[in-house]
Ligand binder design. Structure first.
Ligand code: AMP
Ligand code: ZN
Length: 501
């Protein structure tokens, strides 16, 4: 019998043990980002919740199958209600000043998807088993919509295909938005299709032969609604019934409510047994907004401000996922100090372990006890504040006993690394002659960041060779925006990070 892993289930409103369909195998889907721009630290707070679930599940010996998608179709800003006057996020991004560097919307989505992978690695998130893209599952989405139409759960209008909420009596069971009157009220202003049978009905397919991304379907040219991609991809890789589905709190309604409707209308069985939602991150007590200057991406902090990536991770997980969380620079500075001490402790224990030393038994016992406390805290609804406090306690003990460390102390650091992902494993070797002030600790992340920069430099060289100087200058400006300075010489182009601190 494995240990109970308790999480707050939005579906029941209770903290409950995860009750797996197949013993010891967690099938888990978490909603990923729409890649019309860089993901911000709020998005990463939600992705980190999924990452901690995965680490905890593995620590108690569960097999895990983890799927998290990439939304690379530009849904409308009022997507749930199919408002034709809403703007497509990807199209809007392409027209923005940042977007002019991209050849088309596909180029834009590729760029931000690469950036996502790089940030993902910087913050030491585990690799998902599958990271499916909406655009690569259009066929499956069309097939599902066809099935929904055939059972009478969806219908076609002049402008698209809608899910018929009236045909699914459990609609509202996740969000509590059950009263159709209240729902109608909430969406009335933006419902414009006179052919909709019920104002609550949501779009499965949008007919649009002008859209930048369009596919041919039984209903003509167009593109899928947002909700259909997640339930389809979850079922595609995890089966009709899954154990756990996650996302940020804004996804409870309508996105997850609609996913349940689509999936369960087809199978007649529960789609996901558990649903967890991460409360929104605020920065210095306010909602993140570019206008107030408190909107941060991972690269704003890591590249521009030179913050240690694992300190960003530690700060983002320092609040429990389903409590409101206020991200502050004072917390971030504390986290940088903690990461420095964690690195020091790791180096000391690695040394002792390499020398084959044994711990003093009292030290070994104290550290074993702390390892249990960390895991128990995570099993208790991902109580990260408690888990981190125990981990830092262990680090303090290790640093106090530097002369009597051994295998157990090293195991303690490995355990913190596996469970919380906050241990810098090794100092980075200097990268092929480039000067860098990014104190990244995960070579892979550095590599992928370097790759992006070098690709841009290569594109600039090609532009210069082809005497397209305005393009070359644009790339130089983009690099400067990323805080990368380039120098041309007879031997080629070199680059370095500029630090602002
Ligand atoms: P999006 O790219 O808007 O679809 O968001 C990707 C994920 O990030 C979703 O699970 C959102 O719920 C989540 N998210 C968006 N903003 C925040 C925030 N400020 N704090 C926590 N999670 C967020
Ligand atoms: Zn989703």
């Amino acid at each position: 019998m494995s240990q109970a892993f308790r999480l707050f289930n939005t579906l029941t409103g209770k903290i409950e043990p995860l009750n797996l369909i197949e013993p010891n195998h967690l099938r888990f889907y978490s909603c990923g980002p729409t890649i019309y721009s860089y993901a911000h630290i709020g998005n990463f707070r939600s992705f980190l919740t999924a990452d901690l679930v995965l680490r905890t599940a593995r620590a108690i010996g569960w097999k895990t199958t983890y799927v998290t998608n990439i939304t690379d179709v530009g849904h409308l800003t009022n997507d749930d209600t199919m408002d034709p006057s809403g703007e497509d996020r990807m199209a809007k991004a392409l027209q923005s000043s940042e977007g002019t560097r991209f050849a088309n919307v596909w180029d834009l989505s590729r760029f931000y998807s690469d950036a996502l992978q790089s940030d993902w690695q910087q913050l030491n998130l585990l690799k998902p088993d599958v990271q499916p893209r909406a655009t690569e599952h259009i066929r499956e989405q069309i097939q599902t919509i066809e099935k929904l139409i055939s059972i009478g759960a969806a219908y076609v209008t002049t402008s698209g295909v809608y899910f018929s909420v009236d045909r699914f009596s459990d609609y509202g069971k996740l969000s509590g938005n059950q009263a159709s009157e209240a729902l109608e009220q909430a969406v009335r202003d933006v419902v414009v299709d006179p052919e909709k049978k019920d104002p609550r009905d949501f779009a499965l397919w949008k007919k649009d032969d002008q859209h930048l991304m369009q596919w041919y379907s039984p209903w003509g040219w167009g593109f899928p609604g947002w909700h259909i991609e997640c339930s389809v991809m979850a079922q595609c890789y995890l089966g009709d019934e899954i154990d756990l589905h996650a996302g940020g709190e804004d996804l409870i309604f309508p996105h997850h409510e609609c996913e349940i409707a689509q999936a369960e209308a087809l199978t007649g069985r529960p789609f996901s047994r558990h649903w967890i939602h991460t409360r929104f991150l605020q920065v210095e007590g306010q909602k993140m907004a570019k206008r107030i200057g408190n909107f941060f991406t991972v690269r704003d902090l890591v590249i521009e401000k030179g913050v240690e990536p694992l300190a960003v991770r530690l700060a983002l997980i320092s609040g429990q996922y389903h409590k409101p969380f206020n991200f502050t620079f004072s917390t971030l500075r504390d986290c940088e100090r903690h990461i420095k001490r964690i690195r020091e402790a790791y180096d000391a224990t690695k040394n002792a372990n390499d020398l084959g030393r044994q711990d003093q038994s009292s030290l070994a016992d104290a550290l074993t006890e702390k390892q249990h406390l960390i895991l128990n805290a995570l099993l208790d609804d991902l109580n990260t504040p408690a888990a981190i406090a125990h981990a830092l306690d262990g680090v303090r003990t290790i640093l106090k006993n530097k002369d009597s460390l051994g295998r157990q102390a090293h195991e303690h650091m490995t355990e913190i690394s596996n469970l919380l992902g906050i241990v810098p494993q090794a100092a980075l070797p200097p990268s092929d002659g480039h000067v860098s002030n990014v104190r990244g600790s995960i070579p892979k992340a550095e590599d992928s960041q370097t790759e992006i920069i070098e690709q841009m430099i290569q594109k600039r060289s090609i532009a210069r060779r082809e005497r397209d100087f305005s393009k070359a200058d644009k790339i130089r400006d983009q690099l400067l925006e990323m805080n990368i300075e380039i120098k041309d010489s007879a031997n080629g182009t070199t680059w370095e990070h500029k630090s602002k601190i």
